[in-house]
Design a protein. Structure first.
Length: 285
């Protein structure tokens, strides 16, 4: 009996490690830098405010030193542009009919520790009761790599006020909507939800939740809400087309902000992705 236990225990440990590692496929993507001079852009008693045209956050120092292309003078889409890609074949451009185009080329290169990206982002909101941002628009996926590409995400910053790892400093996205191509030339959307927070002292893990199947080159309206509910608990709600999911996060931080665009590709094989957005608006409540 003792001999049998000696042989089984290592197998159990090995299986546990495999499960822990497989639950987090984007471990080297966990560092999502917050805006420089980050200050919540919401009054104490906010009303709905959809005017984001003239007041966007500055890039953080990591993003600034990693920039590979500049924004256009009058972009069709709202938000500060974070561009880290091969700018000879990627970047942002305005298209006809008010569309904005986000093209990225990946590979083994990392931009200050993160994968290639061309994304826009907004100022944060601070934690409170019934406070949120609402990102709306229309998206179209033109091309995907052999890996996954994030098209919408929210980053939770500051100290964790309640829930998992309370008292620690958060350093990662709390929600990411990833797109990947299927064998039958469709698009699979999967929600990545942080369930074990990444902090300055620890690693973490995310849960993958299959969300919706899309077609290439087809337009889909979307709404992404994130912030704090009536109890001050962090939440996300994503709707693409007629499919909607509500997520109550298991950790609540001091602030949160939203990004959209194209983030991450495969390191080998097909390493390009192309996403387009139109009529993008961010409102605060």
């Amino acid at each position: 009996m003792k001999l049998r236990i000696v042989f089984i225990a290592p197998i159990i440990i090995l299986c546990s490690l495999v499960i822990a590692c497989s639950s987090e496929s984007d471990t080297d993507e966990q560092m999502i830098e917050e805006p420089k001079d980050d200050k919540p852009d919401v009054p104490e008693n906010p009303q709905q405010d959809c005017d984001e045209q003239s007041d966007f956050p500055n890039l953080g120092p990591s993003a600034s030193q990693s920039q590979s292309c500049d924004d256009v003078s009058n972009p069709n889409n709202q938000g500060t542009l974070d561009c880290r890609t091969d700018n000879t074949v990627g970047g942002y451009e305005n298209l006809d009919n008010d569309w904005g185009s986000y093209k990225i080329t990946g590979g083994e290169i990392r931009y200050d520790g993160t994968r290639t990206r061309v994304e826009r982002f907004f100022k944060t909101i601070s934690q409170g009761t019934s406070k949120k941002t609402i990102l709306t628009g229309t998206l179209k996926i033109v091309d995907l790599s052999d890996g996954e590409t994030c098209i919408i995400q929210s980053h939770a910053g500051g100290d964790i006020l309640k829930g998992e790892e309370v008292g620690s400093e958060n350093r990662s996205a709390q929600f990411l909507l990833y797109a990947s191509k299927t064998s039958d030339n469709k698009i699979k959307l999967v929600n990545h939800v942080t369930i074990n927070p990444y902090t300055t002292e620890t690693g973490g893990a995310r849960d993958r939740q299959e969300f919706k199947t899309l077609d290439f080159n087809k337009e889909y309206d979307f709404v992404y809400e994130t912030g704090y509910d009536e109890t001050g608990t962090a939440f996300s709600k994503i709707k693409v087309g007629n499919t909607e999911t509500y997520i109550e996060h298991n950790h609540t931080t001091e602030r949160v902000y939203t990004r959209y665009g194209a983030y991450g590709t495969s390191d080998t094989g097909d390493v390009t992705a192309h996403i387009e957005f139109k009529a993008v608006s961010l409102c605060r409540e």
